[in-house]
Ligand binder design. Structure first.
Ligand code: HSE
Length: 438
């Protein structure tokens, strides 16, 4: 039983978890793969107090690991863009297979990395890059391989969901909950990636490529964060039968693919509405299987390690398989020309329903003017709530609209904000029914 020799780069939260899971479950891993997976070397600048690395060669030069002739698989867990890219390309150049948890790396440099790996005939596995411990990549790439995927929508940032959940349940301040998520090891080193939706857009980009067989196109993803959601919006959504979640959404339409991350009102009865705290969940609609849902821990040391180690098991099993007989990196051997065959749609072409909140002067005719602007843009109102005046003469007006094109809504909001009777900006939150028939 010749062991598979692995080099781990980065011994932080996920690196430490990976080392510990590999060590603790070593016996079962051999039973599953028929070969031990041995950590030959670790590249890390700092020791991890949760890991006993006695007897393992530890270097502070991660590139030494990438060039080490005794290592067959490099596990990249340093995160970030540029050094990680160089490290992974160096490992590939030296004929090593790669396992990574780095969504930013795959979303931004994946096309280049897969091309280099294809030329060298090596595996690049990245299950841990999306939704931590949930095996959604394997499910989408292999388990749903019979299907034409119609849409997917997910809560794919644990930190953001943790913040929204605790703000709503405990009435705590945004910064307070964020600090807690950071202490628990959920947040990115730059937490604006979490709260601005960039991390979710990285993951959505990867899911969409695997779902539809298009190149990775992170630069075309629309991204909007959660920082502007107010307690009032949360309460109004609740009154209307909705909950606000930060979703990554990708749909196949006649005009191309939607690729967008933003706060979203979803009906309270949808399963995604019950996903709280750091948990992630992804709903995927396939034409044959119908709706499916994948749920679990989206961040944290051992949940993410679970996905990293599962990839290592796959590498151990496939290391001697001819490259062209392996599952393609992005599920499809023939990737469509994204621009011509299935383009990512500009945001102004997407069609969805909307929640609007505006502050208006309480006098006759104001509601009529608001309704006129919407009707001139062919936007149909589904529900309207006018609350009692709380800020001087100003009253909050909450509207729910039927589905309309984003371009029309942009124009309506521009006109609403220019009304003398409307104060400040109009809050807009998109509404998705996540109807299983759509
Ligand atoms: N910061 C990420 C999250 C970690 O909160 O989901 C997992 O990718």
């Amino acid at each position: 039983m010749k062991p598979v020799r692995v080099g781990i780069c980065g011994l932080g939260t996920v690196g430490g978890g990976t080392f510990n899971v590999l060590t603790r479950n070593a016996e079962d891993i051999v039973r599953r793969t028929g070969r031990p997976i041995v950590v030959e070397q670790i590249g890390a600048r700092r020791a991890n107090p949760d890991c006993d690395t006695t007897g393992v060669n530890v270097t502070d030069d991660i590139f030494e690991v990438a060039r080490n002739p005794d290592i067959e698989v490099l596990v990249e867990l340093i995160g970030g863009y540029d050094v990680a890219r160089e490290l992974v390309l160096t490992a590939i150049e030296h004929g090593k297979h790669v396992v990574t948890a780095n969504k930013a790396l795959i979303a931004v440099y994946g096309n280049e990395i897969f091309e280099a790996a294809h030329e060298k005939g090596v595996i690049v596995a990245f299950e841990a890059a999306v939704a931590g411990g949930i095996p959604v990549i394997k499910s989408l790439r292999e388990g749903l391989g019979a299907n034409r995927i119609q849409w997917l929508a997910g809560i794919i940032n644990g930190t953001g969901n943790y913040i929204l959940t605790h703000m709503r349940d405990e009435g705590r301040a945004f910064e307070d909950v964020l600090a807690e998520a950071q202490a628990l090891g959920y947040a990115e080193s730059d937490p604006t990636f979490d709260v601005e939706g960039i991390d979710a857009a990285h993951k959505l980009t990867i899911l969409a490529s695997i779902a539809y067989g298009v190149p990775l196109q992170f630069d075309k993803a629309y991204t909007e964060g959660i920082a502007r959601i107010t307690a009032d919006d949360v309460e109004q959504a609740d009154n209307l039968g909705y909950i606000i979640k930060h979703l990554g959404i990708s749909k196949r339409t006649d005009k191309g693919l939607e690729l967008r991350v933003h706060p979203t009102l979803i009906p309270k009865q949808r399963l995604l509405a019950s996903v709280h705290g750091v948990k992630n969940a992804i709903a995927i609609m396939g034409d044959a299987v119908g709706p499916t849902l994948y749920y679990g821990a989206g961040a944290g040391a051992e949940p993410t390690a679970s996905a990293v180690v599962a990839d290592l098991l796959d590498v151990a099993r496939n290391i001697n398989t001819a490259h062209h007989d392996r599952v393609p990196y992005l599920a499809f051997g023939g990737i469509l020309d994204g621009d011509e065959e299935l383009p990512i749609m500009p945001m102004e072409d997407i069609v969805t329903a909307y929640y609007l909140r505006l502050l208006a002067v309480d006098r006759p005719g104001v509601l009529a003017r608001v309704a006129t602007i919407l009707s001139e843009q062919e936007i149909s109102i589904e529900a309207i709530i006018q609350k009692e005046a709380t800020e001087g003469e100003l009253v909050p007006i909450i509207l729910l609209t039927h589905r309309t094109q984003e371009k029309n809504m942009n124009e309506a909001i521009r006109q609403l904000e220019s009304l003398v009777d409307v104060a400040g900006t109009v809050t807009r939150i998109r509404v998705e029914s996540l109807d299983e028939q759509e």
